[in-house]
Design a protein around this ligand. Structure first.
Ligand SMILES: *Cc1c(COP(=O)(O)O)cnc(C)c1O
Length: 426
């Protein structure tokens, strides 16, 4: 008897598709999603009591592993003082200071509860600040599900897009342009034509929602310069890469300062917590000081902020990121070696604690490249690994995540399983 299947059937009666976020339904790989009962360190356990090495980490947040004793201790203590007040607390100051300390491009921050809220608010702020409407995003970038960002590229090189969801009207997305990622020429041409109308450019500087595709340095530098020249607001969506690719996020790696930064995932340590921040001059446009409205009943929730602070305590310790980076690299190198032994077309890369692997010859540079990967091989690999107790992201368009609790022994175990599965692919 498969308890995951029983629960999935039940869930579908009460919850559309049985899930509260679509990718969890395993539509991209087929089969039955795991219903998780608990997590500890590098492992999660499903409703059948089966143990899995978790390479998803709640899609990024669980960078110190599941149920870390230090984080639990801090939030257990905080809970005794009450769960929410809807009034300011000192914790929020401490947390804002910590974010600003590690991500110095942010002079001020505002706390929200999800990545979606953070990008949606940053776009509104950029539009209010510039008094312009047009925004640019890049194909394959995901910035949450605010209406104006649910857009995919149309045909042609410089295009206004099409909605990716029913219910998003043309009128709402008519000011959103979608460009190719890592294409300097198209970017420059677009700014030449529309530059003085562009309120903001939003980009994942290390894209993690079309599998893993880091931006080219020259591309990001050009983008920074164009935004400065045309006085458009450059928004780095570091919801995934922030405190994950490096302590200071992608902007530390590339040494480029955006005007606004969006954060979520790791900064909440598994709790619903997100933030956006940037230049004080821009942030001062927010209500109650400025005329750009933005609010939230649970914003800055004391338990979420406590989980975030505790997580930041742990990951800002010396050598945390170098150790994490080495482990991710070790795992990726292992996969590449194993695939090569079986002459399987495969490549992989990692940045800090995130990684991507692709059933194709060359590392991708944009969404079109990622789409060339062998999806059937991916599905077989995914299910083979799942059967063998390794939980990978259930989609070829998602990145993978390492935690500090993944020891070399655990990674060797995962690689041993990968060897079996690669063998079964040929
Ligand atoms: C996850 C993600 C979001 C959306 O965050 P939610 O908390 O799921 O709303 C936005 N941008 C990026 C880059 C993400 O990875």
């Amino acid at each position: 008897m498969n308890n995951n299947q029983i629960l999935f059937d039940q869930a579908k009666q009460y919850i559309p598709g049985g899930v509260n976020s679509p990718v969890r339904a395993f539509n991209a790989v087929g089969g039955t999603p795991l219903f998780i009962t608990k997590g500890k360190g590098a492992y999660v356990y499903d409703a059948n009591g089966k143990e899995y090495i978790d390479m998803v980490g709640s899609w990024g947040p669980m960078i110190v592993g599941h149920a870390h004793p230090y984080v639990l201790e801090k939030i257990t203590a905080a809970m005794q003082n009450g769960l929410s007040f809807g009034a300011p607390t000192e914790l929020e100051i401490l947390f804002a200071q910590r974010l600003i300390q590690h991500v110095p491009s942010m002079e001020q921050v505002r706390l929200v509860s999800s990545g979606t809220e953070s990008t949606m608010s940053a776009i509104r702020l950029a539009r209010g600040y510039t008094n312009r409407e047009m925004i640019i995003k890049f194909a394959g970038g995901y910035h949450g599900h605010a209406d104006c960002l649910l857009v995919k590229a149309g045909s042609g090189l410089v295009t206004f897009g099409h909605p990716t969801s029913a219910g998003v009207g043309q009128a709402i997305i008519q000011h959103t342009m979608v460009l190719e990622y890592n294409d300097i020429e198209v970017l420059s041409r677009t700014f030449k034509e529309y530059g003085d109308k562009i309120a903001a450019v939003i980009i994942e500087p290390i894209a993690g929602n079309m599998n893993l595709v880091p931006a080219n340095l020259e591309f990001l530098q050009t983008l920074r310069k164009l935004c400065t020249d045309y006085q458009s607001v450059l928004i780095f969506d570091e919801v995934m890469s922030g405190f994950r690719a490096a302590l200071g996020g992608a902007q530390e790696i590339y040494n480029i300062k955006p005007d606004l930064t969006c954060l979520a995932k790791v900064i909440g340590g598994g709790m619903p917590l997100a933030a956006f921040g940037g230049k004080k001059e821009i942030m001062q446009k927010l209500a109650p000081v400025g005329n750009v409205y933005q609010a939230g009943t649970l914003s800055g929730n004391p338990i979420a902020v406590t989980a975030g602070l505790a997580t930041l305590d742990l990951i800002s310790q010396e050598n945390f990121f170098s150790n994490l980076t080495n482990k991710t690299q070790y795992f990726i190198d292992g996969l590449i070696t194993l695939a090569k032994q079986q002459s399987i077309e495969f490549c992989a890369q990692s940045v800090g604690g995130m990684f991507g692997f692709y059933f194709m010859k060359y590392l991708p540079n944009n969404l079109q490249d990622v789409e060339k990967a062998d999806i059937n091989k991916f599905k077989k690999f995914f299910h083979g690994m799942l059967e063998n107790g390794v939980y990978l992201a259930p989609s070829a368009y998602e990145a993978g995540f390492m935690s500090s609790q993944h020891s070399i022994e655990i990674l060797d175990e995962a690689l041993n399983k990968a060897k079996l599965v690669f063998n079964s692919l040929v």
